[in-house]
Design a protein around this ligand. Structure first.
Ligand SMILES: [Fe+2]
Length: 553
């Protein structure tokens, strides 16, 4: 009798196990995009391989797969059979800015994996992390490495400037979206992608069918962080003049208030390999507008080499080369050129205005706040060895990340010369203990003051200085290994300059007694300090006045 019960019970458990398996909904190949304001909207797409009547359940609380507990639901707004996939899209609107939403897709067969996405901030006070690249078409290992790195870096979004697959066919696209799932965070976070068409996408329709791009010509613009940033996606596969040029100029004109502008498009105007043609038509139609309306960065692909330029503008004057000349004040920085998995080419076509070039699989990692844009080139090989960042420390280079370090420096910085004064903020340093008064070890005292050199700040910069301040990033002078810090004293003060490492240990400190009121620029010598990330704190009469972050190495 007892045996019989056990037998029935195990039979019952077997049935239960089988039915649980089949309760997994057949929605796969997830992707996130935008058709409107990235702070308040999201498009989520997926391939519904089987099952009927899928419904998208979502909300701000993580309810796991308990779909009935999610407060909102939406049916697909668009269904598009394309490239052998049953592409479903929900177009979510009226979302809250800078907010994580959790979701599941439920159909008559079951419930999908629980995933999440995050809307972007709606104001310029928060920094953005962006991955920019393209050309993922042939080498799947390289593509998977780059995808895994996206997962590790947890960016606000990805700029992808074309050439996804080699032949734009169904099996290749299905594999591409399978591989794209590797970009998801380990917690199921889906990072949105902003897509441009490359020459390996046979039609604009590929972009609208698979990514729900809003405009049939596949060129469009999106604004991030209120007036922080406008991103232009252009299409090199249709005429660059005519309607596209008119649209670009009209949009640039009506968004002069944006602090930063970034453009992405597939084909490089002046490729850094000699096996690709010069595209003077793009120079005339687009680069002249980039200069006229202060485009800060242009992200290019297609040539499968690595390059970044000094700031440049179109010119034929003496000193120019191939129609561009370096102009540090008013130029556009061109980044590129592909490298997400397409066959690499030789970087054998540098110009006078090339900052550095190379030939390896890579993408660009871009930080944008209202004071600076910082760009790093990330070698994507060995992604498995890279530590995953957390949402709160995603602007710190994680352990194992392969940051390119060429002769002209590993961080490309664009400075906002019209930056507003930093807003006041509490003097307490969240999450960081106040440094000890008398640390052991590498403590710097009055003897070390010679590492700090006085310098009179230029008038124009003095006016922008503020005693408070958000944490700004500083770059180490690659040759002298020094950084410059600024602060302003409103009364006679005792000033402490304290350097803290990323384990929150004080590395060194200088104390300057009886400093007169006024603006100061001090040069700090980092030559004897080992590689790593540091926080520099400037205190006046014991109160924090300025904080800076700096990374050496
Ligand atoms: Fe291409």
């Amino acid at each position: 009798m007892q045996f019989k019960t056990i037998k029935y019970l195990s039979f019952f458990l077997l049935i239960l196990a089988v039915s649980t398996l089949s309760l997994q909904a057949k929605s796969i190949r997830f992707r996130a995009m935008w058709r409107s304001n990235p702070a308040t909207s999201m498009v989520v797409g997926w391939d519904q391989v089987s099952g009927n009547n899928p419904v998208f359940y979502f909300g701000e609380e993580d309810r796991g797969k308990n779909y009935q507990a999610y407060p909102a639901q939406q049916k697909p707004d668009k269904v598009m059979m394309a490239k052998g996939m049953n592409n479903h899209f929900v177009r979510l609107e009226n979302l809250r800015p800078n907010t994580i939403y959790y979701f599941v897709v439920v159909d008559n067969e079951g419930v999908s994996r629980r995933l999440s996405f995050k809307t972007t901030p709606d104001n310029p006070l928060q920094r953005l992390s962006i991955v920019g690249g393209g050309d993922s078409r042939n080498n799947r290992d390289a593509r998977l490495n780059a995808n895994r790195l996206v997962s590790k870096l947890r960016p606000d979004f990805i700029l992808f400037s074309g050439d996804f697959t080699a032949d734009d066919n169904a099996p290749q696209w299905q594999r591409w979206f399978d591989d794209w799932q590797m970009t998801l965070g380990s917690d199921g976070r889906l990072f949105p992608i902003v897509v441009a068409r490359g020459n390996h996408e046979a039609t604009n329709k590929t972009m609208t069918d698979l990514f729900d791009v809003k405009f049939g010509d596949a060129y469009y613009a999106l604004s991030f962080g209120g007036n922080l940033l406008r991103v232009y996606t252009l299409n090199t596969m249709i005429p660059s003049g005519g309607q596209q040029k008119i649209w670009l100029e009209t949009d640039l004109k009506s968004h002069r208030n944006k602090i930063w502008k970034i453009a992405q498009y597939h084909q490089a105007i002046k490729p850094h390999t000699d096996s690709k043609p010069e595209l003077n038509e793009l120079l005339i139609n687009w680069a002249t507008l980039f200069h006229k309306y202060h485009m800060d960065i242009a992200l290019e692909s297609d040539a499968h080499v690595v390059k970044w330029t000094w700031p440049i503008r179109p010119s034929r004057e003496p000193g120019s080369e191939e129609g561009f000349i370096r102009d540090d004040e008013h130029g556009t920085v061109y980044l590129g050129e592909g490298g997400w998995g397409a066959p690499l080419r030789n970087n054998n076509d540098d110009k006078a205005w090339t900052r550095n070039s190379g030939s390896f699989n890579q993408f660009k990692w871009i930080f944008v706040d209202q004071y600076h844009i910082e760009v790093r080139t990330i070698g994507t090989k060995g992604a498995d060895k890279v530590a995953e960042v957390m949402d709160y420390n995603r602007f710190v280079v994680p352990q194992g990340l392969n940051v390119w370090s060429p002769s002209n420096g590993d961080v490309l910085t664009v400075v906002n010369r019209n930056a507003p004064p930093p807003p006041p903020e509490p003097e307490e340093i969240t999450g960081i203990e106040d440094p000890q008064e008398n640390p052991d070890g590498l403590g710097m005292d009055a003897d070390n003051v010679e590492t700090i050199i006085d310098e009179a700040p230029p008038e124009s910069q003095v006016k922008k200085e503020n005693d408070h301040g958000t944490i700004n990033w500083l770059n180490i002078d690659p040759v002298k290994k020094t950084v410059k810090v600024r602060y302003n004293l409103t009364a006679k003060s005792k000033v402490d300059i304290i350097i803290i490492d990323n384990k929150l240990q004080e590395v060194t400190r200088a104390t300057l007694q009886n400093q007169d009121p006024g603006p100061y620029i001090k040069t700090l010598d980092f030559s004897k300090i080992q590689d790593g990330g540091y926080l520099i704190i400037i205190k006046a009469n014991g109160k924090v006045r300025r904080r800076y972050r700096v990374k050496k190495g």
